[in-house]
Design a protein around this ligand. Structure first.
Ligand SMILES: [Zn+2]
Length: 221
């Protein structure tokens, strides 16, 4: 009988420790179980914005891969729409860009992700404009909340003076039915942004800022 009681007690102790261990891991990994889709804009035949030999698609992917690592370390399940320099269009399509964006949106929708982040760089005729900004589609209520949080992070950590913007005419976002935003993390057309965006240390800073935004958004829910 004593042996039986000891067994039950040890089992109880084991269960208690396991629960505490899971709780400790959840505290250490606040994004445990969250599915996040990162979409590095452009790629393949579409370089995005270009300034001399600096191409947008390349910087988008570098930041995305850094962000993937940071999010995974916090317990998130992370996917990228592309992992190299290629686009996602189907062969022999008439409209390659549409086909590419359509496949990206299908991947994001089918994942049932908790958040998507589409990463881009801005470019304008004038070199005047600088800073990171967020675009959201108002079709989901939480999209504005995500945009607000991410823009606050851009202000705090990347010193952006820009504000988040509503858009309902972006082909990709129009087709996505999961929560998320498109971020333009700087202007390739602005000399100081361009210099920063090509630096590995600044790309890390952008990725860290996007991680902070993600953590803040999920902790506020
Ligand atoms: Zn772009």
């Amino acid at each position: 009988m004593l042996k039986y009681k000891c067994g039950v007690f040890l089992l109880f102790l084991f269960c208690l420790c396991s629960v505490q261990l899971v709780q400790a891991n959840n505290n250490k990994m606040p994004l445990m179980g969250k599915v996040i889709y990162i979409d590095p804009g452009h790629g393949g035949s579409d370089p995005g914005a270009v300034y001399r030999d600096i191409e947008e698609h390349e910087i988008n992917l570098k930041i995305s891969l850094k962000l993937e690592k940071l999010l995974s370390e916090q317990g998130a399940i992370v996917f990228l729409t592309r992992y190299g320099n290629y686009d996602l269009s189907v062969n022999h399509t008439i409209n390659r860009k549409r086909s590419d964006l359509s496949r990206r949106s299908n991947m994001i929708n089918q994942s049932l992700c908790d958040l998507f982040i589409s990463i881009h760089l801005n470019a304008e005729e004038s070199g005047r404009w600088k800073g990171a900004e967020v675009y959201y589609d108002p079709k989901l209520e939480e999209n504005e909340e995500i945009a607000k949080v991410f823009q606050q992070m851009f202000k705090k950590y990347l010193y952006s003076k820009r504000s988040y913007k509503k858009t309902d005419d972006l082909y990709l976002q129009d087709r996505i039915n999961r929560p998320g935003v498109l971020v333009e993390v700087g202007f390739l057309s602005n000399a100081s942004d361009r210099y920063l965006l090509t630096q590995d240390s600044y790309q890390n800073q952008v990725a860290q800022t996007l991680l902070n935004g993600t953590l803040t958004y999920f902790s506020s829910k």
